[in-house]
Design a protein around this ligand. Structure first.
Ligand code: E4P
Length: 217
């Protein structure tokens, strides 16, 4: 399972990269705004800065919602750096744009996916990644993990190569459950990755080992 971090914060990206287990980054317009990154040139530069920190794929989202606009923006984003994956919303024009990008060798991440039908369409259009937002489904009392399982089943039935990128991960148990289901990638905050480290028996066991070492030395 690949680990992506879902942030535009360069310090957090560096911290996750330093851990040695980071495979990529996802961003979205809200995450860029949260870091105060505004204006086209600053946004494009920020994507390059992110690419220069991590080794893997970096999702950069188009703002246009019409086919021509998405194609223009997506081509510009893809030109920025070989690690860029163009993030396209799951709308009718978005599916057309994903098909265009697929036919022109540009990798895509179909975002804002909330149903198995949407994921099937994204795969048919040749998306590199599909991003089901499990946390936001949980927020409205729907089972986000069930969606991941449904998409896994459908993709396996037909051998679709689109990678399931479990998005809107909120906590460590989301990561573990997505891994059990077989999501290809998860994207979440740094806390969801660091939470995997934690167990009270590890802490108490280590404390005991160090105390016993001190007694004998
Ligand atoms: C995915 O690529 C999105 O950026 C993200 O996971 C959305 O998560 P949120 O629901 O925490 O905003």
């Amino acid at each position: 399972m690949k680990f992506f971090i879902d942030t535009a914060n360069l310090d957090q990206i560096r911290e996750a990269q330093d851990l040695g287990v980071l495979d990529g980054v996802t961003t979205n317009p809200s995450l860029m705004a949260k870091e105060g990154i505004k204006g086209k040139n600053n946004i494009l530069k920020h994507y390059v800065d992110i690419c220069n920190i991590v080794d893997g794929d970096v999702s950069a989202e188009v703002i246009a919602t019409d086919f021509e606009g998405m194609v223009k923006e997506g081509e510009e984003l893809a030109e920025l750096h070989p690690q860029i994956v163009v993030k396209v919303p799951m709308i009718k024009e978005g599916i057309k744009a994903i098909k265009y990008f697929t036919d022109h060798g540009i990798r895509t991440n179909c975002t804002l996916v909330f149903s198995a039908g949407q994921a099937l369409l994204a795969a048919k259009a040749g998306a590199t990644y599909v991003s089901p937002f499990i946390g936001r489904l949980d927020d409205i009392s729907t089972d986000g993990l069930e969606l991941i399982a449904d998409i896994r089943l459908i993709y396996d039935n037909y051998g679709f190569e689109t990678k399931i990128l479990a998005a809107s991960i909120r906590h460590t148990m989301h990561v573990i459950n997505c891994a059990k289901i077989g999501a290809d990638v998860m994207t979440g905050p740094l806390s969801s990755i660091e939470g995997l480290l934690k167990h009270p028996l590890t802490d108490s066991g280590l404390k005991q080992f160090l105390e016993d070492y001190k007694k004998g030395n």
